[in-house]
Design a protein around this ligand. Structure first.
Ligand code: ADP
Length: 209
């Protein structure tokens, strides 16, 4: 089963995807994580992506496609995967159509005032990538022992605003592009509450396969 997780920045896509991995065994493919990995290793692709990522702009299609194709061709993706953060535009959705069949698009819905607060208080583990929020977890280290950090693009209000604008303008219209397989999900509440809603939907999709 190939699933797209859609929703504005801070809506909880990454958190939800990590829970789905545990129970459904589908790997999460986050284009943002893949880009940060390249940036950390200072590869050519990473260097190229950095200026876009830190401004909160979309990385060019050829760069993102190269990273994505490489990832979905790996063995762990043969029974399906969850795309988190891709596609973000009609151009990307058209490109995806040529390389994958998408079964369902889950759209997380959340009020915009909650979003900004969630992004500003988000922290990420520098080792395992687990996502935390300072409002519910004040420890500076992850449960795995590694230090937590705040992403550069989460520190800049201008970058946050830019990402949200791109979401409204380019990504949100994809709901119509995938209208025959879109499932809207209430993204408010705790991670456990959101996951409980998603689980019902995923079980249902699995049974229909
Ligand atoms: P967020 O959803 O909070 O913006 P991500 O980790 O998904 O965080 O993405 C971080 C940044 O990585 C984006 O702002 C953008 O610069 C780049 N990026 C991620 N996915 C894509 C994509 N599909 N197309 C272009 N750029 C992307």
């Amino acid at each position: 089963m190939n699933i797209i997780l859609m929703g504005p920045q801070g809506s909880g896509k990454g958190t939800l995807a990590r829970q789905i991995i545990k129970e459904f065994g589908l790997p999460q493919i986050s284009t943002g994580d893949l880009l940060r990995e390249q940036m950390k290793k200072e590869t050519e692709l990473g260097k190229l992506a950095k200026s876009y990522v830190n401004k909160g702009s979309l990385v060019p299609l050829d760069v993102i496609l190269k990273i994505l194709q490489d990832r979905i061709s790996r063995k762990d993706c043969k029974n399906g995967y969850i795309l988190d953060g891709f596609p973000r535009s009609k151009e990307q959705a058209e490109a995806l159509k040529k390389i994958a069949k998408i079964d369902a698009v889950i759209v997380l819905e959340i009020p915009s005032d909650v979003i900004i607060k969630r992004i500003l208080t988000r922290r990420v583990c520098s080792s395992c990538g687990e996502i935390y929020n300072t409002s519910s977890y004040s420890d500076p280290t992850c449960k795995c022992g590694a230090p937590l950090y705040q992403r550069d693009d989460d520190k800049s209000e201008a970058a946050i605003r830019n990402r949200l604008e791109i979401y409204d303008r380019e990504t949100a219209p994809l709901v119509d592009f995938y209208s025959d397989r879109v499932y809207k999900l209430d993204g408010s509440g705790s991670p456990a509450e959101v996951y409980a809603r998603a689980k019902i939907l995923l079980k249902d999709l699995e049974a229909r396969k």
